[in-house]
Design a protein around this ligand. Structure first.
Ligand code: 4AD
Length: 430
């Protein structure tokens, strides 16, 4: 019977069979140590020369890095082993002897690693990140399902923009023009009027010409949308969700966080409620902190977000941005229409914005005006305006960027490691 390495603790004292790959090999003349991985974990196999059949010893000696193999052995608990167990190997069968593996145990340049992304994801660090990414998705879905949200899938091919026209990804749809979705939000607003609390989870696309640590061309977003929820209610739903994600990862991914060397004390502080500051207060803070030429009405860049985040030990909401820098659908503050009822959630430790959200305009006339101001073609948005004509209600929603959230929780410098096969400016391979 084939046993997975993550279940090895159930087989102490028994002889088991593992299917896996050789991650690394050490030898001290009379002993060979095989670092084995099977995707579920790592375990060390030990061969002592005068205790195994000569052909088993010779087979093990031939093994090259990343050769695929079956290994038989007896499981032994060993406190010194990183996984707590070792395997006293009795038999080795090579499935395929790997060619010389391109990724060696030395420093490789980023371009080289990105060109070999299909192999790089086998390494312990990359594996840990992908595991945490999967757990974050699970935490989000569990939480939203538990809170009464229904999953709804918006289209990928769309006739019009949601987040401005500058970074639209154009394609042909037979004889028509179409765009890859930038955000499912507009469709989720329709769905919220049908199902009350909804969320989407899927890929979104932005032809961003900027090369930064935080931008991907293809990234995944979770977009909840809620009927009868106002700006304040929106923030509460967001902080509960983010606190739950962090809590879930701390409870389920200790080994992976350790592999990444993540500072856990920073994550342990992430408890709701999160602090809220207005855009105005954020501008004042920047002026005090040396960004004296920042003008009211400018949008924050990465250095501004980092400076603002430094004042807080948990994620911080920046609310009430100037109407003119934000999207057409955001509801102006009735007491101060030059700002909108929106918030960006800025992660601590310099990881930047992870959520953008707002209360939406529910008045059909005001929405029609905003189309004019933003020079959006009315016809393309007629269906969206309908939502305000047939039983309009106050409603709000937000988009959580999965890759930026993974980068923050894993403590990564760059979003390129947070997604299995990143799509970036100048990177479509592999
Ligand atoms: O602030 P954004 O543009 O908001 C929207 O798209 C809204 N329609 C969402 C909604 O209200 N339903 O994007 C939301 C989040 C950002 O906070 C960021 O985390 C992520 O999506 N994001 C990106 N992540 C990686 N690469 C990019 N190019 C990103 N652009 C946005």
């Amino acid at each position: 019977m084939l046993v997975r390495i993550d279940r090895i603790s159930e087989h102490v004292g028994q002889e088991i069979k593992i299917g896996g790959w050789l991650y690394n090999k050490r030898s001290s003349g009379k002993i060979q140590f095989l670092q084995l991985r099977d995707g579920t974990g790592f375990v060390q196999g030990v061969l002592v020369k005068n205790q195994v059949e000569p052909e088993v010893w010779e087979t093990a000696k031939q093994l090259t890095q990343e050769s695929s193999l079956y290994v038989w052995g007896v499981v032994r608990a060993d406190e010194r082993a990183p996984s707590g167990y070792e395997l006293d190997v009795t038999k080795v069968e090579i499935i395929q002897l790997a060619e010389e593996y391109p990724i060696q145990k030395k420093e490789h340049g980023v371009d080289f690693l990105m060109d070999h992304r299909h192999l790089w994801i086998r390494s312990p660090r990359q594996r840990a990140i992908l595991k945490i990414r999967a757990e974050i998705i699970r935490a989000i879905q569990d939480h939203l399902n538990q809170q009464g949200f229904t999953l709804v899938d918006p289209p990928i091919l769309t006739p019009s923009a949601c987040e401005g026209t500058t970074n639209l990804f154009h394609t042909k749809y037979f004889d028509e023009d179409a765009y890859l979705t930038q955000s499912g939000q507009l469709y989720m607003e329709a769905a919220a009027m049908a199902l009350n609390r909804v969320y989407s989870f899927g890929p979104t696309f932005r032809a961003e010409k900027s090369k930064t640590r935080r931008h991907l061309i293809e990234f995944w977003m979770i977009e909840p949308e809620m009927a009868f929820v106002d700006h304040e209610g929106n923030l509460e739903i967001q902080e509960q969700l983010v606190a739950h994600i962090v809590d879930h990862v701390l409870n389920h991914c200790q080994a992976e966080l350790k592999t990444l060397g993540r500072d856990l004390s920073a994550l342990e502080k992430v408890k709701a409620p999160f602090p809220r500051i207005t855009y105005d207060e954020a501008v004042e803070l920047l002026h005090r902190e040396g960004f004296s030429d920042f003008q009211w009405g400018d949008d924050f860049g990465a250095p501004h977000e980092t400076k603002i985040a430094e004042s807080f030990d948990r994620p911080v909401f920046i609310t009430h941005y100037p109407t003119e820098v934000k999207a057409f659908y955001m509801k102006p503050d009735p007491n101060r229409p030059e700002v909108v009822l929106c918030a960006d959630l800025i992660a601590p430790e310099g990881y930047g914005e992870i959520i953008g959200g707002s209360q939406r305009i529910d008045d059909p006339e005001l929405l029609a005006e905003r189309f004019e101001v933003h020079r959006l073609p009315k016809e393309a948005y007629a269906w969206y305006l309908d939502l305000r004509k047939y039983g309009s209600v106050p409603h709000s929603g937000f988009g959580l960027g999965l890759e930026r959230t993974v980068a923050w929780i894993c403590g990564l410098e760059h979003v390129r490691e947070t997604i299995p096969f990143p799509r970036m400016l100048n990177r479509l391979y592999p």
